[in-house]
Design a protein around this ligand. Structure first.
Ligand SMILES: Nc1nc2c(c(=O)[nH]1)N[C@H]1C(S)=C(S)[C@@H](COP(=O)(O)O)O[C@H]1N2
Ligand SMILES: [Mo]
Length: 356
């Protein structure tokens, strides 16, 4: 019932899905996602890194090249940042036809409390020239993608690198960064989709020409066909999800609830502006009513909570939905808009529930 017809997932997709796990939706009940429940996306392999020999190199179009050890980074002023991160491919497997890649449903998201050093002061210390265009972040992991052998690397426009509040994180939720989340250091750019948050960071290079690496010019572009240049994926679109009410059916994971009043709850976020409104529909998206918003975490880049009291007195099947709108007025569509890579699908989630 939840997925509709058999989507014919391939073994290659299943292998990716088994490596790159989602956040179980019941973890929406935590404001900060416990480390092992945060989603994971690893394009290639998790590298083994020796923290004693690891160094971060900052170079390119800077006045002073810098080489920093983990101890030197830890000795700098420490900043903390609560940030929600969502994979740009979240919702991909719900598109038709299904773009073949990591087959996410709706739960490739999590919120962590990152700690590390602020990026902007480091770049200022290195001395970014007036002609700087992009800042490139290179990870230690390598692989072949789209026939191109590459290190995982992504760029940010220099303005975003200096003004987005980005952090080079060595801690997640108070513990040393786990290997799968980028040990010993990762970039965290609040508000941006996951792909920008380069893990196993080893180099930061300032360029005076636009960066043309695979993950910016081929991957992570919203386009309808290969011939189109499209537009780059950047900041997260507004989205909300519901913590699954009642109890699940084992196989379909459809929800079973007892009749009576039920408090529905979930989380909502946007990487473009704070969430202004969350609405809930208990009739599959025909009618909507406002949910109550709770802000437990500081700053605009971590999700907010929402609750809604539902009178579940009518036995039978219901489809529950939630819809977030941010302060720019951008809201979640009822139906997704298809694109080749299956990015930015923020269509409203449908939660089938049986009141018994
Ligand atoms: N070096 C490196 N960084 C990476 C990736 C990767 O494969 N290699 N995956 C990116 C993608 S697509 C996402 S969605 C996030 C996922 O971060 P997480 O696994 O910590 O949740 O990391 C990003 N950073
Ligand atoms: Mo991703």
């Amino acid at each position: 019932m939840a997925l509709g017809s058999d989507p014919g997932i391939t073994l290659d997709e299943l292998r990716l899905a088994a490596r790159n796990h989602a956040m179980p939706l019941e973890a929406l009940r935590w404001a900060i996602t416990p480390v092992g429940l945060h989603y994971l996306l690893i394009h290639y392999d998790v590298p083994l890194v020796d923290p004693r020999t690891w160094r971060l190199e900052i170079g390119g179009a800077v006045e002073r090249r810098m080489t920093l050890s983990l101890d030197e980074l830890r000795a700098r002023p420490r900043v903390e940042l609560a940030a929600t991160m969502e994979c740009a491919g979240n919702g991909r497997a719900l598109l038709e036809p299904r773009p073949v890649s990591q087959p996410w449903l709706t739960e490739a998201v999590g919120t962590a409390r990152w700690a590390g050093v602020a990026l902007a002061p480091l770049l200022e210390e290195a001395g970014v020239g007036a002609d700087a265009v992009d800042v490139v972040f290179v990870g230690l992991d390598r692989g072949v993608e789209g026939d191109v052998e590459q290190s995982y690397e992504r760029s940010l426009p220099v303005g975003e690198a200096l003004e987005s509040g980005a952090v080079l994180a060595y801690e997640m939720n108070g513990v040393s960064l786990p290997p799968q989340h980028g040990f010993p250091l990762r970039l965290v750019v609040p508000g941006w989709y996951g792909m920008t948050n380069v893990k196993w960071l080893s180099e930061i290079t300032v360029t005076t020409e636009p960066f043309t690496g695979y993950q910016v010019t081929s991957g992570y572009r919203v386009r309808k066909s290969e011939d189109e240049d499209g537009r780059p994926v950047t900041r997260m679109r507004p989205r909300s999800l519901m913590a699954p009410p009642g109890m699940p059916d084992f196989y379909s994971r459809d929800r079973i609830v007892d009749p009576g009043r039920l408090v529905l709850e979930g989380r909502a976020w946007s990487g473009r502006a704070p969430v202004a409104r969350v609405e809930v529909s208990t009739d599959g998206g025909s009618t909507w009513a406002d949910a109550e918003i709770t802000r437990e975490l500081e700053g605009p880049w971590a999700w907010c909570g929402w609750t809604f009291s539902w009178d579940a007195s009518q036995a039978g099947e219901h489809v529950l939905c939630s819809r977030a709108t941010d302060e720019t007025g951008d809201t979640q569509p009822l139906e997704p808009e298809w694109n080749l890579g299956g990015y930015e699908n923020n269509a409203v989630q449908r939660v089938p529930v049986v009141v018994r």
